[in-house]
Structures are given as C-alpha cells and as structure tokens.
Design a protein around this ligand. Structure first.
Ligand code: DAK
Length: 258
C-alpha cells in the first residue's frame, strides 16, 4: 500500500519507517502524504497505543527533497510547505505518544520531523542540523518555531544561522533529544519507553500530550485554565477510578482506556 514508508503494528506499537534510503529518506510530497495516511490509521486504530518513527539505512531523514524543491515555483513550494506543516501538526495532535528513533542524519525537514514527535532518542551515529541557509532558504516545516521552544532562542539561532551539524551527545546536552543509545539499542530503547508509557492510563497520557502542546504558547492564566479542564476530563474517566482503587488495593491497575 505504501511505497516510500513502511508501516506495521506489533505489540501495540505502530512502526513508521521512512524508506527511501538511496535518497537519504528525503521528504518529498509522496513521503509526506504517506506519513499523513499512516497517521490517519494510527489515530483510528485502538490497537496502536504508541508510535516509533525511524528511517531506513544511514539517515533518519536528510531534509526536504532538494531535487523536488528545485523544480517547484513559489506556489508549488507553498503547497509542499502546507503539506509539511499538516504532517507535523497532525503528529502533535494525535493523542498517542510518538517517539522519534533518530538512527542517522536528521537534517532540515528531518530534524523538524523529529521535533514534532513527543520524545526523541538518538543513535550514537545520529547527526542533527538545520542546513537550509546553505540552500538559500530557511527552515520551512516549523523549525524556526519548534527548535527555539526545545533548545532556547540563542541555540536555535546558532544552529539555524551557522548550519552546523551536531552529534547525538551535543543534541542531548542542549535538550534536542531526551536519550542517546547505541545503534543496536536504539529501537529497543524506544520500545522500552513506549512500553512504559503504554502501561499507564491512556486517556491521561493522551490528554497530557494535548495539554502540554496546546498550553505551551498560552499565558500562564489561560494555560492553568486549560489544565483544569484537561484534568477534569481525566478525572471523569473509569481509568481514574481503576488507577486509584488499584493503588489503595495494592495491586497493578488494569486500564481500559475508558
Ligand atoms: N534531498 C534529495 N536528495 C538527497 C538529500 C535531500 N535532502 N540528501 C541526500 N540526498 C541524496 C544525494 O543527492 C545522493 O543522491 P545520488 O547522488 O546518490 O543520486 C544520495 O542521497 C546520497 O547522499 P550523499 O552522496 O550526499 O551521501 P553522504 O553520505 O556523502 O552525505 C548527507 C549525507 C546527508 C550529509 C548529504 O547527503 C547532505 O548534506 N544532504 C543534504 C542535507 C540538506 O541540506 N538537507 C536539506 C535541508 S533543507 C519548504 C519546506 C521545507 C523545507 C524547505 C522549504 N517549503 C516547502 C518552501 C525544508 C528544507 C530542508 O530540509
């Protein structure tokens, strides 16, 4: 069904693997369409409780497809940009955890895709960068906005203006990734994180994700109101009764996503 990605579900985890290794998994319109389509499946499918997004071969994603971009006029560029933003925003909107398993180069749109995920784990071989200024452009899939939110304004400007590539250790130090693993341990590390999250109350996890994402740009008063409403929704769930009862009965909770 998909040509540029692989998508499979196993043990409650949806695995999206971007699969254009000969082009370093560069994001063209088709890849973006297929990631979006996989996200539609993920959103609908109750069997999928968490997602791991990775790349085939030595790159995670080496950016937007330069060959395709080079053919586009401003109108085509704008359409591609809207498509890219739709994908990134959709990943943020789905109330399930997305973990980026950054196996190699995460450049430009690749770094932006990883930043749209909830948690990033880097292989020791990963390299991050926003090299757009080398091409006469600037980050176009949300990088000027998500990067400063993750690493601070100064470091974001440094990375975007110098186009410097940084390694996994530096990405960890500046807060661009949450963990670093050896290449062999990358997927198992992501699976362990996914399994830990999957053992918690799914409604609470989903609402926590949307509350963090939606509250981040609000002022504190509006954000606090958002949290009160979000908390109230989780408080009304059967999982809240189960979680608290299980604690008091000194047993493991069995959450039902209700
Ligand atoms: N696009 C298309 N092809 C790419 C590519 C890319 N981003 N990155 C690599 N490839 C292709 C290479 O052209 C090469 O193809 P062949 O020559 O084999 O046909 C093949 O992948 C292998 O690449 P290399 O031979 O270069 O491999 P190396 O190991 O030597 O180097 C590298 C790996 C990742 C360091 C290098 O390939 C590289 O620097 N790649 C480009 C990185 C980059 O500048 N990425 C683009 C960032 S700009 C917008 C929306 C969003 C964006 C822009 C506009 N709007 C719609 C307007 C976002 C832009 C970006 O992401």
């Amino acid at each position: 069904m998909y040509e540029t990605i692989k998508y499979e579900v196993s043990g409650g985890i949806g695995y999206i693997t971007i699969n254009r290794p000969k082009a370093m998994n560069a994001l063209n319109g088709q890849v973006l369409d297929e990631i979006y389509a996989a996200c539609t499946e993920i959103e609908k499918d109750d069997a999928v409780k968490a997602v791991i997004l990775t790349g085939e071969g030595k790159a995670f994603v080496a950016g937007a497809d330069i060959a395709q971009m080079n053919q586009l006029d401003a109108v085509g560029g704008r359409a591609l940009m809207i498509k890219g933003h739709k994908v990134m925003n959709y990943i943020e909107a789905i109330e399930k955890p997305f973990i980026a398993a950054v196996n190699g180069f995460a450049l430009g749109g690749g770094c932006e895709l990883a930043m749209a995920c909830d948690i990033r784990v880097a292989s020791e071989k990963a390299k991050f960068g926003q090299p757009e200024v080398n091409l006469g452009i600037l980050p176009g899939f949300g990088g000027t906005q998500r990067l400063p939110r993750l690493v601070g304004k100064g470091m974001a400007k440094y990375l975007i203006m110098t186009a410097d590539m940084i390694n996994a250790e530096e990405a960890l130090r500046i807060g661009l990734v949450e963990k670093v693993a050896s290449p062999e341990d990358l997927i198992p590390t992501c699976e362990k994180i996914a399994q830990t999250i999957m053992s918690k109350a799914p409604i609470a996890i989903g609402i926590a994700k949307s509350t963090i994402n939606n509250g981040y740009d609000l002022d504190m008063r509006a954000a606090s109101t958002l949290e009160i409403e979000a908390f109230t929704s989780a408080f009304a769930s059967e999982d809240k009764t189960e979680g608290m009862t299980a604690f008091l009965e000194k047993r493991e909770a069995e959450f039902k996503n209700k």
